[in-house]
Design a protein. Sequence first.
Lengths: 112, 112
Amino acid sequence: GEDVEQSLFLSVREGDSSVINCTYTDSSSTYLYWYKQEPGAGLQLLTYIFSNMDMKQDQRLTVLLNKKDKHLSLRIADTQTGDSAIYFCAESRSTGRRALTFGSGTRLQVQP
Amino acid sequence: DTGVSQNPRHKITKRGQNVTFRCDPISEHNRLYWYRQTLGQGPEFLTYFQNEAQLEKSRLLSDRFSAERPKGSFSTLEIQRTEQGDSAMYLCASSSGEGEAFFGQGTRLTVV
């Protein structure tokens, strides 16, 4: 079955770069996503990448995809205290099952 | 456009009661999803609509759960005979096609 795994926790200092990693098992994955969730709130879509891409950059965010290893990462440059949140990796297909499958989330703590 | 709207934001109910949640997706989004999220976990897929048709249901969606999207716009999720294990955040998301799926703020259900 489909599975998405993430490490549970990451702590960085303000101004450093953060790298959050994710692995997935479904070779049929078409889209891979990063969502941010702050306490008590819904999920905010940060960025997504199509499976035929290997990199996408959007301001402070860089997504890298290694399709061979089924590994996705999110790099946040110049991490700020406002970036403290839980980050979820998710994947979906363009045919068949359309729903997103999420990992359990990585809690990012940014220390001043 | 105000994004995906969910009501109520919070619901406390006694075990055995029925509850209904509403989701208003982003205008013109033909796809609507319901997810459930428990503490420390990522969202788990419940069901998916394309327009008014319910195309996918998770095995998590027991016969006490029912969802509708009568005119292909807003959707409701009803839980009958609630149990303490139903306590969770219920999230709705919508999309216009492949790629971006936007989430609402969720409805937090507490069954006492």
